[in-house]
Design a protein around this ligand. Structure first.
Ligand code: PCA
Length: 199
């Protein structure tokens, strides 16, 4: 089974992105492929689409930072909307723009997100489902992957997991964080769930 795990570069003034750090620390395993995406509306969807075309993965698990959240949050829904609160790393800030003009309003994730959240929680790491991946670049990537699965690669499972700040990175001290090591363990467990492996 081929599983593509994606992460993002830093954005919004942060020096690091925990997802990029976690991705580089994931234990190697057969069938696991890694890709770091730019935090740009123009680049991220295009890059992930190219990787999918080349690799033909069975599943795509994308990771992003949601600074301020206090747990690992698998996302349920991606919406057909780019609406940026801050400019992306190209300086581009779309407002009220559809991602795929002919696409459906939204897609539900096709990853077993409830099981992923439960298994991560069982490891003693805070986790819970999130309804929406937002309307920034993370949602753009999640929607793009699900739209590609629907239109071009039937059977490919896709989903997104947002993670909090890491305790190690500089961040607003009033915001919650998790140790990077816990984020790494959580992502490895999510991969095991997707691969159909028991805890
Ligand atoms: N988080 C942003 C984009 C990149 C990232 O790590 C988001 O939630 O959209």
């Amino acid at each position: 089974m081929k599983i593509l795990v994606t992460a993002f570069e830093p954005f919004g003034g942060d020096a690091v992105n925990p997802t990029m750090e976690a991705l580089s620390r994931l234990a190697p395993r057969e069938g696991l492929f890694k890709l770091v995406l730019p935090v740009t509306f123009a680049g991220a969807g295009e890059r992930v689409a190219r990787a999918i075309e080349e690799l033909r993965p069975d599943a795509v698990l994308s990771l992003g930072l949601a600074g301020g959240r206090d747990r690992i949050t698998p996302e349920r829904v991606a919406i057909n909307l780019d609406d940026a609160r801050i400019a992306d790393n190209d300086g581009f800030q779309p407002v009220d723009a559809p991602i795929a003009p002919d696409g459906p309003d939204a897609y539900f994730t096709t990853l077993p997100v409830r099981e992923i959240a439960r298994r991560i929680g069982d490891m003693g790491i805070p986790a819970g489902l999130s309804l929406s991946a937002g309307a920034y670049v993370c949602n753009h990537v999640m929607y793009t992957c699900l739209h590609l699965a629907r239109t071009k690669y039937p059977g490919m499972k896709c989903g997104f997991v947002h993670v909090p700040y890491t305790a190690e990175m500089p961040h607003d001290a009033s915001k919650p964080s998790l140790p990077l090591a816990d984020i790494v363990r959580a992502v490895e467990e999510a991969v095991r769930v997707i691969a159909g492996e028991d805890a």
